[in-house]
Every structure is written in C-alpha cells, then in structure tokens.
Design a protein around this ligand. Structure first.
Ligand SMILES: [Zn+2]
Length: 465
C-alpha cells in the first residue's frame, strides 16, 4: 500500500466522524386528500372520453389546416361541457405545408415498389416524378464526409441505428438524418433524399416528422421509408450494382393560415397565487388520428384538472393549454410564451410522450419548494413511479417557458414502444391502453393535488332543488 493510498483511506475513514450529520428533514406526509384523489383517478373515464371523442369526431388535425380548426371548435365545446371556466382560443398565423402524392420505386437493378412518406416541409418533385441513381450512407456523418461529386444529381438514402429506449433519448441521437439530412444533401447537389424512418417498428409504416431547410438551401424532396423498405434498399445497394430510384412526391406550401391554442381554467381561490399550467398539443400529423400523439396528452392534462375541480376549489388556478401547431415547429408554444410568458407560475407541465404508464417524476420547483417536490415523489410512489431529478423539467411546447427558467414537472412516460407508432398511420385510438391512461390521470391528478395549495370543498349551494 502506498503512503498516499493509506492517507486517503484514513481520511475517508475519519470523515464521517468529523462531519456534522446532514440528514435532510423528511418531507411532510402525503395528505389523505391527495391519496383519495389518486385512488379515485384510477377509475377515470374523462381522459378516455376526450381522446376517443377527438380522434373519432375530428380525426387527423394537421397544423394550420381546416381539420385543426375543427379540432379547436370541438375542444371549446368539450372543455365548456366539462365545466371549465374562461374557455377560449388564442389564434396565431403560421406557414402551412400539406402533403401531396407520395410514391417510390426501385427501377434498377431489381424493379419494385417501396412505401414512402414526405417529411414535413419537404420540397416536391414534378408531378411525373424524378428518376436517378441512388447513393446510400449508413449514417448522417458518412453523408457529411462524402465528396459533393458522390452525391450531385443523385437521390441520397441515409440509414441509422436507432434502438428502443425507455426514456426516448434515442430520438434525439438518431433523429439527425431526418432533421439535418435534407439540408446536407441539398447543399451537396442531391436531387432528393430518403431516410430510414426515425422509428423502431417493423411494419410498413413510414414515420413522418418535421424538418426545415437551412437558410439559403434550395428545397429538395425529402421522404422517409419504413424500416422494412429501408433495409430492403440497403440489401439492394450492398449487391454493388448501380441502383436507380423513381420518386413522386408532390407536397406544397399553401401560405399563411391560422392556428391557435385552446385555453381553459379551474379558477383558484387566490387569483394572485402563481398558477399551475398543464398541457398537451391539439394538432397531430396527418397520417394517423393522433391518438398517442397527442390526443392522450391533452386528455390526461384536462382529465386531471377536471378531477381536482370536481373535488373542490384549489388555492391556485389551474390553467389547461391545448397547444396548436406543435408538430410543425412549436408555433403554439412560442405564441403562448409571447402572450403569457411573464405571468407567475408555480409549475408548468406537458404530457406529450404517448399513453404508456408514467414511470419517473422529474421536477424543477426551486430550492424553496424542495419539501413539496419530495412530497410529490412520495405521493407518486404507489403508482409505480420512481423519483428522478429535482433539477430538471422537460416538455416540447413548454420548452420556451422552461428555457426562461420557469418551474416545471415532468411525469415521464415509458417510451419503450412509443417510436413504434410515433408519426405513423398506426397512431390510432386502439393503441391507447385504458388502464395505462388511468394511471397517467392518477399521476397528473396527484401532481395537481400536491401543488394546488390545498383543495377546499365547494361552498354549499343554497336554494338548489
Ligand atoms: Zn407530440
């Protein structure tokens, strides 16, 4: 043993005796009212009613389209009928892109059709399509490293190795071909690009999603292939013979249109107390009916607020926001921040990661509210939710507000299967598990109950027959 090591061991051994005990005081016990609300929410039907109604009576709701406008009208009626106060729409303008025809074929050396879908903001081919040599890359970095001459005048294919993760972090890492690929390919003179879908399922469902061309880059057609088709293309490319692809893709920009955020409230007993904001996004991609993305999210947020409202009057106002135009670039979140970002919030939260069970709670409520944050962890534990960070909160539409430093809570849903369905034609109501949805509502109701400042019974109404 070296002297240094011995000294280190002695210091380590001595440390506990020298240090003052620093045992944090235990968080206050979970109030019985919170436990009752949590238990009752496990029987919730409000959330199912909302997601079933929205996906059935409106269906797909692409941002800025007539369908999204119908979704807002539907939402106002629904939120009013549930008894929420101050139900309103706040509109904003945005550029709108709509899908056209989309078809792809390998024309040589093994002619066959493929399934393809356009990525949001994709450029278009002429109506009759284009046909060119196909050049493949296993990763986005390979495309970046390729000389322009290897790409110019060709159709580019980019793969990746996205795997399943519980926390969904693979979406960030492996989403680069979709987000960056089109601009890189265009700069190098490619005619078009197709990427392996940013997804994890082996169905012939392509995953769409937004991308935007970098400033000054010319628009080219940009599509996604389902995983089976992407792997078929890779096998064909591996044969080493020249491969040709034909692509017909005719989306278009239809100019500036209106979208909007739908807002509703449970008024608090103290209108000056910093409020709670719960949210999801109302728009969806156009391929499915947006059940898990994000019909479930808007349903969970509103159902939890409804359960608090049914129980009594919270000290803090609970504001529900169903954001518009999330999928195509967070237009709703940015508009909300511009209009309401300076208000006082005790916590903000968004449900936008499907309909599977909540497994972990992260929060960022500030040092002064640490006891409350720890009580929240305790109160959620019976739902199978593990404590996470006390210094972290996330959410797509609320990310501009979180970036401003507002306090937030994230009830993390299990994302293991999320990217099987995300942005595909398969995002439909039958994929929502009613039992998992109820667990979500129970978690959100518990969160609101803990952070509400206390819920008092409704005053007895007189002269009521
Ligand atoms: Zn979403």
């Amino acid at each position: 043993m070296t002297k240094a090591l011995l000294a280190a061991l002695l210091t380590a051994a001595a440390a506990p005796a020298l240090a003052q005990p620093t045992i944090a005081p235990p968080p206050p016990p979970v109030p019985p009212q919170v436990e009752q609300l949590r238990t009752a929410a496990m029987q919730d039907d409000y959330a199912w009613d909302i997601v079933e109604g929205l996906t059935t009576e409106v269906g797909p709701r692409l941002a800025g389209t007539e369908a999204e406008a119908r979704a807002r009208e539907w939402s106002v009626r629904k939120l009013r009928s549930l008894g929420f106060a101050n139900v309103r729409v706040e509109t904003f303008d945005m550029p709108v892109w709509v899908r056209g025809e989309e078809k792809a074929w390998i024309t040589a050396p093994f002619p066959q059709p493929l399934v393809v879908t356009a990525l949001g903001n994709s450029g278009a081919t002429p109506p009759q399509g284009i046909e060119a040599e196909l050049v493949g890359f296993d990763t986005i970095d390979e495309l970046i490293a390729a000389p322009d001459a290897a790409v110019r005048g060709k159709i580019v294919f980019v793969s990746h190795a996205m795997g399943r993760t519980q926390d969904g972090s693979s979406y960030g890492v492996f989403g680069r071909p979709r987000r960056e690929g089109p601009s890189i390919a265009s700069r190098k003179g490619a005619l078009a690009i197709v990427v392996r879908s940013i997804g994890t399922d082996y169905h012939r469902n392509p995953h769409t999603g937004v991308m935007s061309f970098a400033e000054g880059v010319s628009l080219i057609p940009a599509g996604a292939l389902p995983l089976p088709d992407a792997e078929q293309v890779q096998r064909i490319l591996k044969r080493g013979r020249p491969v040709r692809m034909r692509l017909v893709m005719t989306p278009r920009n239809i100019g500036t249109r209106q979208s909007g955020n739908v807002i509703a409230e449970v008024p608090g007993r103290d209108p000056r107390a910093p409020m709670l904001l719960v949210s999801g996004h109302l728009d969806s991609w156009d391929l499915g009916t947006g059940a898990i993305d994000d019909g479930a999210g808007v349903a969970i947020a509103a159902a939890a607020a409804k359960r608090i409202m049914d129980a009594g009057r919270p000290l803090r106002t609970i504001r529900i926001v169903w954001f518009g135009a999330e999928e195509v670039g967070l237009f709703g979140g940015l508009d909300y921040r511009a209009k309401h970002g300076k208000l006082a919030y005790h916590a903000i939260a968004e449900s936008d990661f499907g309909a599977d069970r909540v497994w972990k709670v992260d929060s960022r409520l500030g040092k002064e509210n640490e006891a409350e944050a720890k009580m929240l962890q305790l109160a959620l534990a019976p739902l199978g939710i593990v404590p996470g960070s006390l210094e972290k909160a996330e959410g797509s539409d609320i990310s501009p507000l979180l970036a401003d430093g507002l306090p937030g809570v994230t009830l993390n849903q299990d994302g293991t299967h999320y990217f099987d369905l995300h942005h595909t034609p398969d995002d439909t109501l039958d994929k929502v598990d009613p039992a998992a949805l109820r667990q979500n509502v129970a978690a959100w109701t518990t969160m609101l109950a803990v952070l509400s400042g206390g819920i008092e019974p409704h005053p007895k109404r007189r002269n009521r027959r």
